[in-house]
Design a protein around this ligand. Structure first.
Ligand code: SAM
Ligand code: DTB
Ligand code: SF4
Length: 331
């Protein structure tokens, strides 16, 4: 199947609005044609620097300006990260994603320590992903040289809705960082959140932005908002399973070879609901009892789910380079 980067909004809308079972069936078909559909990538998250962030992302418990329950923690030691990586590896994770509550990366001792963490974890045979906020091209190159495999930087919502959610940076800033990441030949991980109060049109526009990037993101996390007390979105309505399914299935159809990650929100989902998400084309999860600051199913629960559904965890470095760069792009 051709990888298209010229999707129109109306094409995506037509897919997104199909009757739900037809949409899931079509997405499952695309998934089986393009991917080893029973293989699921297992990533584990570590919050290497928690809370106290200057930004005002309305969903985020780590923004300093909101009164939330999280404990602010300075940058972790390399040794602690190594221990956490060991546990993740022993539990079948192939990727370790290190998140920092930073607006942007600064060229200082903290960044040097992150580079050390990257190199240690890479030496353990795990794919390393970082999510550290905005990044220059030179910083992206340094991460790559240290052994970083992927960089996560979400657009979160549509460009139209962006300023309702975040005022301390612009949508364009995100796109600029993503360009720097792609140019440094890091695997690009970029997706968004459902449940911020956005309309279906915003969701379709967000998927349009992702699927019309010059090269599709290699992985696309679809997060359901985890409403956290103290944040402006604490009382938002719980995301329903049909909303997640429409997002995952549409993402699968328009970005057939990207890894689509069923991300935040799994703690609130039944096994049957998650099974439908895998059927609709999700082929990655975050595993381990915590995401960054909020609860997630533990490794044991996911092992049982994989056994029951006949899923297997994907081995690290299955693709030695960003998957979408290896593919011819149809115009
Ligand atoms: N500070 C960096 C940044 O913003 O890029 C990296 C860490 S930040 C916590 C990574 C992503 O987590 C955000 O872009 C957002 O998509 C997701 N996220 C944060 N809080 C969330 C929540 N309460 N529910 C769902 N997703 C959330
Ligand atoms: C992504 O898209 N989701 C992850 C990861 N990338 C960094 C983060 C989810 C965070 C959920 C809220 C929390 O645990 O703090
Ligand atoms: Fe800071 Fe990232 Fe949270 Fe925004 S999402 S407040 S940038 S940690």
């Amino acid at each position: 199947m051709d990888i298209r980067t010229n999707w129109t909004l109306s094409e995506i809308k037509n897919i997104y609005e199909r009757p739900l079972l037809d949409l899931i069936y079509d997405a499952a078909t695309v998934h089986r044609q393009n991917n080893a559909y029973a293989e699921v990538q297992v990533s584990s998250l570590i919050s290497i620097k928690t809370g106290g962030c200057k930004e005002d992302c309305a969903y985020c418990p780590q923004a300093a300006r909101y009164q939330t329950d999280i404990e602010v923690e300075p940058l972790m030691t390399v040794e602690k990260v190594r221990q956490r990586a060991e546990t993740a590896k022993a539990n079948g994770a192939s990727r370790l994603c290190m998140g920092a509550a930073w607006r942007e990366v600064r060229d200082n001792k903290d960044f040097d320590r992150v580079l050390e963490m990257v190199s240690e974890v890479n030496d353990m045979g795990l794919e390393v992903c970082c999510t550290l906020g905005m990044l220059t091209y030179e910083q992206a190159e340094k991460l790559k040289a240290a052994g970083c495999f992927a960089y996560n930087h979400n657009i979160d919502t549509s460009s139209d809705n962006y300023s309702n959610i975040i005022s301390t940076r612009q949508f364009e800033d995100r796109i600029q960082t993503l360009d720097n990441v792609r140019k440094a030949k890091l695997s690009v991980c970029c997706g968004g959140i459902v449940g911020l109060g956005e309309t279906d049109e915003d969701r379709i526009k967000m998927l349009h932005t992702l699927s019309t990037m010059e090269v599709h993101p290699d992985s696309v996390p679809i997060n359901a908002l985890v409403p956290v007390a103290g944040t402006p979105l604490q009382d938002n309505k719980k995301v329903q399973i049909d909303e997640m399914l429409r997002m995952i299935a549409t993402a699968r159809i328009i970005m057939p070879k990207s890894v689509v990650r069923l991300s935040a929100g799994r703690n609130e989902m039944s096994l049957a609901e998650q099974a439908l998400c895998f059927m609709a084309g999700a082929n990655s999860i975050f595993a381990g009892e915590k995401l960054l600051t909020t609860p997630n199913p533990d490794f044991d629960a996911d092992r049982q789910m994989f056994n029951l559904l006949g899923l297997t965890p994907r081995k690290p470095f299955k693709e030695s380079a960003p998957v979408n760069e290896l593919t011819e792009i149809a115009s």
